[in-house]
Design a protein around this ligand. Structure first.
Ligand SMILES: Cc1ncc(COP(=O)(O)O)c(C=O)c1O
Length: 416
């Protein structure tokens, strides 16, 4: 493995051959690869020839010596769907959805957990623990099950029922906490000290971000395929629903690596972080020109993945947004649920609320003139709407009596 670990703030180097969490400065560790050494064998052409149907086709820049070492359930290689120019989507000429709901356990969290569990197990971890707003819990459960290790989860008590149920069914030790994800994080920290679990919290170990960065690599291949060209390319703008920010930070890292590998030039998409109005620490910090985000008070939103009042990688997200000439924007819970309905009805994508949020943010930024209709824009739908069924009110449905010969007359009345 051509990797070393570097503190994202001080640049100090850390050993790669031992389980690591934050640096001594309390900041995330990031993996650095010897990209010049990889350049001759790791090329877009070599990747395209690989038969692997998962994100592990990028294994050269991931924490393994061979793809066979991966703890995998087939994550990644999700579709990039061109949007139909219908209803409120008609104004966009080149809008695309990267639909991460196709991942194992129904969300992009699978990518990060596949990479993190792979490395944790390789370094001898027998039990992992994490705080989760929902989807990370499900993903950690199933990768731990695949690896044959224990998983301890601490979730806010109002986490969506689907996430709790899938975790229990998958054999995780689940604890519900009367607080926010940050309160759960404190319990995990102390539990790791006391019981020797390995802490898999967002950005508190180095490899979830390595899994998430594959979204950036994949996008470059997807867009080349869409254009029918072999040259890799990136879109003009990327919209990402931001909680802990691993995906945003990961994709930004992927673009940097791809440039160093000689795969792309120095042009970058404008990155847009989307949060919920009831929990928007990154949006606030971005518009105040701050380098770090303050803890967001009374964090509330139905988009549980966005309910992260404080993130350890805040400075990395803010740096990526500014370097990319992007922005940060929030939407209300009402708007993001309206977005879920519109993605469902007009695009055939049953999105999670976080996916609904990015769509509404794009609509707002087009109306504000920040986006141009002809720009190529990628929205990340980070998970399936099926896990959030409890948020939708469908009302009473008409009943049809199959023994009534006139039942279709009643249907005719109703559809008239
Ligand atoms: C569906 C969904 N979208 C977005 C997020 C936020 O992801 P990140 O922590 O990478 O910012 C989460 C996190 O829980 C999530 O579950």
């Amino acid at each position: 493995m051509h990797t070393k670990l570097i503190c994202s703030q001080t640049g100090e180097e850390y050993a790669i051959d031992r389980l690591q969490n934050l640096s001594s400065a309390g900041k995330p560790l990031l993996a650095r690869y010897d990209l010049p050494a990889l350049k001759s064998r790791f090329t877009p052409g070599s990747v395209r020839k690989r038969p692997l149907r998962s994100m592990w086709r990028f294994w050269d820049v991931m924490p393994v010596d061979a793809p066979s070492e991966a703890v995998t359930l087939g994550e990644g290689q999700t579709p990039l769907l061109p949007c139909e120019r219908r209803g409120p989507f008609a104004a966009f000429e080149r809008l695309l959805i990267k639909d991460e709901s196709f991942n194992p356990t129904g969300s992009f969290k699978a990518r990060g957990m596949s990479a993190a569990v792979t490395r944790a197990v390789a370094l001898g971890a027998k039990a992992v623990a994490l705080p989760s707003a929902g989807n990370a819990a499900g993903a950690a459960t199933y990768y731990a099950a695949k690896a044959g290790i224990e998983c301890f989860l601490f979730m806010p008590e109002d986490t969506p029922p689907a996430n709790i149920i899938e975790s229990v069914v998958g054999g995780a030790h689940v604890f519900l906490v009367n607080g926010l994800i940050s309160d759960c994080g404190k319990i995990v920290r102390h539990g790791c000290e006391r019981f020797g679990w390995f802490d898999l919290s967002t950005l508190k170990e180095p490899f979830r971000v390595e899994g998430k960065k594959t979204m950036g690599y994949e996008l470059a291949f997807d867009l080349a395929d869409l254009a029918g060209e072999s040259e890799l390319r990136l879109p003009d703008v990327i919209f990402y629903p931001t909680g802990g920010g691993t995906g945003l930070i990961g994709m930004w890292k992927a673009f940097d690596e791809m440039e160093r590998l000689g795969w792309i030039d120095s042009r970058r998409p404008r990155m847009v972080a989307v949060q919920a109005e009831g929990c928007a620490p990154v949006v606030k910090a971005f518009h105040e020109g701050a380098d770090h985000a303050e803890m967001f008070p009374n964090a509330r939103t139905v988009a549980s993945g966005l309910r992260v009042p404080a993130a350890v990688g805040d400075f990395l997200m803010l740096r990526a947004l500014r370097e990319s000439k992007g922005t940060a924007i929030s939407v209300t819970d009402e708007e993001l649920m309206e977005g879920v309905g519109e993605l469902s009805r007009f695009q055939g994508v049953y999105a999670c609320p976080e996916g609904g949020a990015v769509w509404k943010a794009a609509e707002k930024l087009l109306a504000a003139g920040w986006l141009k209709p002809e720009e190529q824009i990628v929205l990340f739908n980070t998970g399936t709407g099926l896990k959030y069924n409890h948020l939708s009110r469908i009302g009473d449905l008409p009943q049809v009596d199959h023994t009534d010969a006139g039942c279709l007359d009643r249907v005719a009345e109703l559809i008239d």
